[in-house]
Design a protein. Structure first.
Length: 279
């Protein structure tokens, strides 16, 4: 583990294509993020599950709060499939909600947004459709991940969005990544006006790794002190019902107080990008 002072953070940004040694280090997050808006940063984390943010970005969250970044944490699923004991099958949603509140308080976050879609069943809620009785996540008479995410993006109006990487094998992670990315496109257009005023532009999006490695090399490194790591691990440990993540926790402990992030925006297509292939 790092022997850094407990209050120290090192922020590194590597430009794509440069070797890992070519980094810019500074104490402020502004050194790592393009188009930094001093005093106006609003970050939206869209998580598939309640424990994903603390595992993938528990250090970054602590640093962002120290720099007074406005943070919104949105949890997509209800955790209903996360039981490790049959006796908890009917109560796991309430158990995990209580654990989540405790966990986020440990890293300084008090407010959470619960979208309430069924755990391990997001395939039924891709896109947007008119809601019927019993549907989760109903906004303006519609349900679906794109409906929920567009409303979320337009109401929060973030400067940056953070997602679990789309390379994760968990189907919920893949669904959230896909639907959140297309929703950043919808949110800046005029479609579905009942969900709020359009955003001014496409948003920068960053991946955090949970289960699997990134699909490409990350550009941003966050390195904290031992106290930051201990707080992150304690926040993860608050999910006492989630015994299947013990292996992931051990790997985080072994790696020390470090996290990586990769930018992955919604890339609009233009034929011009291929013009050079036929010159």
């Amino acid at each position: 583990m790092s022997s850094r002072d407990n209050d120290h953070f090192a922020i590194s940004r590597r430009l794509t294509g440069e070797p890992p040694s070519a980094v810019q280090k500074a104490e402020r997050l502004a050194a790592a993020f393009d188009d930094w808006r001093e005093g106006e940063e609003r970050w939206l984390f869209i998580a598939p599950h309640d424990d994903d943010i603390v595992m993938g970005a528990g250090l970054l969250v602590q640093k962002a709060l120290a720099e007074r970044v406005d943070l919104t944490m949105a949890i997509t699923t209800d955790g209903s499939m996360g039981y490790c004991e049959v006796s908890q099958r009917d109560t796991i949603t309430q158990i995990r909600k209580s654990e989540t509140i405790e966990s986020f308080r440990m890293i300084g976050v008090e407010e959470l947004r619960w979208l309430g879609f069924p755990d391990c069943d997001l395939a039924r809620y891709l896109g947007r459709r008119q809601a019927v009785a019993g549907d989760p996540g109903v906004v303006a008479g519609y349900t679906g991940l794109q409906n929920a995410y567009v409303e979320l993006l337009r109401s929060v109006r973030p400067t940056r969005v953070f997602l679990a990487t789309g390379s994760d094998l968990h189907p919920d992670h893949k669904s959230v990544y896909q639907e959140a990315l297309i929703s950043t496109f919808h949110a800046q257009g005029d479609i579905w006006p009942e969900l709020g005023a359009p955003l001014a532009a496409l948003l920068p999006v960053y991946e955090m790794a949970i289960y699997c490695a990134f699909p490409g090399e990350p550009e941003i490194k966050i390195e904290g002190g031992l106290s930051h790591l201990e707080r992150k691990l304690a926040a993860i440990a608050a999910y006492r019902s989630q015994r299947q993540i013990d292996l992931l926790v051990q790997r985080l402990r072994d790696a020390g107080p470090v996290e990586y992030f990769r930018r992955t925006d919604f890339a609009l297509y233009s034929p011009a990008i291929y013009a050079g292939l036929f010159a």
